[in-house]
Design a binder for this molecule. Structure first.
Ligand SMILES: *[C@@H]1O[C@H](CO)[C@@H](O)[C@H](O)[C@H]1NC(C)=O
Ligand SMILES: *[C@@H]1O[C@H](CO)[C@@H](O)[C@H](O)[C@H]1NC(C)=O
Ligand SMILES: *[C@@H]1O[C@H](CO)[C@@H](O)[C@H](O)[C@H]1NC(C)=O
Ligand SMILES: *[C@@H]1O[C@H](CO)[C@@H](O)[C@H](O)[C@H]1NC(C)=O
Ligand SMILES: *[C@@H]1O[C@H](CO)[C@@H](O)[C@H](O)[C@H]1NC(C)=O
Length: 372
């Protein structure tokens, strides 16, 4: 009798994983009565995987407001068609609602939440995504162990908050960490310890003065954005798999010799709007054969630094360069040896237009844009 009553409820709202966990017998009966809508409970059923966009995870607009599930907090929406997601975004919340244990995706963005109290996610250890961007969370009010028990967490969105310190300890399962637009000033060397699956790290628009060796051991890291901070030095050691390094708008004045050699897959390096001078660079700093794009615009360079013949885009506008040295691009020029450079920007420097060397067309034979 009891499960018959539950069936009626189940007809209104989609089955939740929690119900299955509580009573497998009931689940079996339910499946038999619902042959046509059968799905394998052992296959995670996630009909809707929200996309990652710059502003954070998407929201399924267009569907009518669903009936609330029994355990859904009053101030949130828990769509029956996606029983592992809870939407509490954009509703002036001042505190974090309770998170039922069946949840995998929770959305709290754009509220006025200032604290993540100890134990906030203790009943939801299956969480995969937590969106908390656009709130007023301060470091003092983040419980010390709120994230560490979330052994499946893959994405944590904390951008646009009032954090002054790195949160942690963080779960080792993390794949994306979004911490942009906070007031973090320090990244301790052990900040990302054990995050073997971290692929993207967003730390732009903070007040970071130094990164130390924190990035070194991140063996899956592909992208790190540290732009718009207060770095005077580049991070001490790069990860092996890194492809994109964004350091624009800092105060970096030097890059060590062979700095990029440890990252043989590095494709894009942005160092514009820093304080680089030629004295702070060794002759082969940027001569790294994997690089496709190098942005060194708006620094204080007086010479074109030597680059690899594989480089395709080089931005040097807004420096103090006063000579067009073709040897920075080609040490040998012949039928087989030439630069793959396509775009070269040298405008806003001290080079005269007629300074293009005679052997430039031979070396830069693939160039489609050269601005002087
Ligand atoms: C988690 O669930 C248990 C039992 O369902 C309950 O007693 C406990 O208060 C819950 N924890 C939190 C933090 O709400
Ligand atoms: C967070 O920062 C904003 C902007 O600086 C400020 O208005 C707000 O009061 C801060 N909130 C808290 C809880 O500190
Ligand atoms: C990292 O990802 C792999 C493959 O998806 C997974 O097997 C492993 O458990 C993850 N590591 C952690 C610490 O979660
Ligand atoms: C870049 O390094 C290679 C060796 O790795 C060297 O042959 C080449 O001349 C260098 N390029 C420049 C422009 O110095
Ligand atoms: C010039 O091209 C030849 C043939 O591709 C190559 O073996 C040699 O290393 C090149 N020299 C330089 C300095 O790039």
């Amino acid at each position: 009798m009891q499960w018959a009553a539950l069936l009626i409820v189940a007809g209104l709202c989609t089955l939740s994983q929690a119900q299955y966990d509580d009573d497998p017998h009931w689940w079996y009966q339910y499946l038999r009565s619902q042959q046509s809508t059968y799905y394998d409970p052992y296959e995670p059923y996630e009909p809707y995987e929200p996309y990652a966009v710059e502003e954070g995870p998407a929201y399924p607009y267009g569907s009518p407001p669903p009936p609330e599930s029994r355990d859904c907090p009053q101030e949130c929406d828990c769509p029956p068609s996606f029983s592992t997601a809870m939407y509490c975004d954009n509703r002036n919340l001042k505190y974090l609602p309770f998170v039922p244990s069946r949840m995998k995706y929770v959305y709290f963005q754009n509220n006025q939440i200032s604290a993540i109290q100890e134990g906030a996610f203790d009943n939801a250890t299956g969480l995969l995504w937590i969106a908390l961007h656009g709130n007023q969370i301060t470091s003092e009010k983040v419980g010390r162990k709120v994230f560490s028990k979330l052994r499946h967490l893959e994405r944590l969105y904390l951008d646009h908050n009032n954090l002054t310190k790195m949160p942690g300890p963080l779960p080792r399962s993390l794949r994306e960490l979004h911490l942009a637009y906070n007031q973090i000033s320090r990244v301790p060397n052990n900040a990302f310890e054990g995050l073997e699956n971290l692929t993207a790290l967003y730390l732009q628009h903070n007040e970071i003065q130094e990164v130390g060796t924190a990035l070194r051991g991140l063996k899956s890291l592909i992208m790190v954005d540290l732009s718009h901070n207060k770095l005077r030095k580049v991070p001490d050691g790069l990860p092996l798999a890194l492809e994109q390094l964004y350091l624009e708008y800092n105060n970096v004045y030097t890059v060590p010799d062979a700095y990029f050699k440890v990252s043989p897959k590095l494709l894009y390096v942005r160092l514009s709007h820093n304080s680089l001078t030629n004295a702070g660079l060794s002759s082969n700093t940027f001569n790294s054969s994997s690089l496709l794009e190098l942005d060194l615009s708006y620094n204080q360079l007086q010479k074109i630094p030597p680059v690899s013949t594989n480089l395709e885009n080089l931005y040097l506008q807004g420096n103090r360069i006063n000579e067009f040295s073709i040897s920075s691009f080609c040490t040998v020029v012949d039928v087989m040896n030439f630069s793959k450079l396509q775009v070269l920007r040298l405008d806003g420097n001290e080079i005269k237009r007629n300074a293009l060397p005679v052997d430039a067309p031979l070396c830069l034979r693939l160039a489609s844009v050269i601005e002087i």
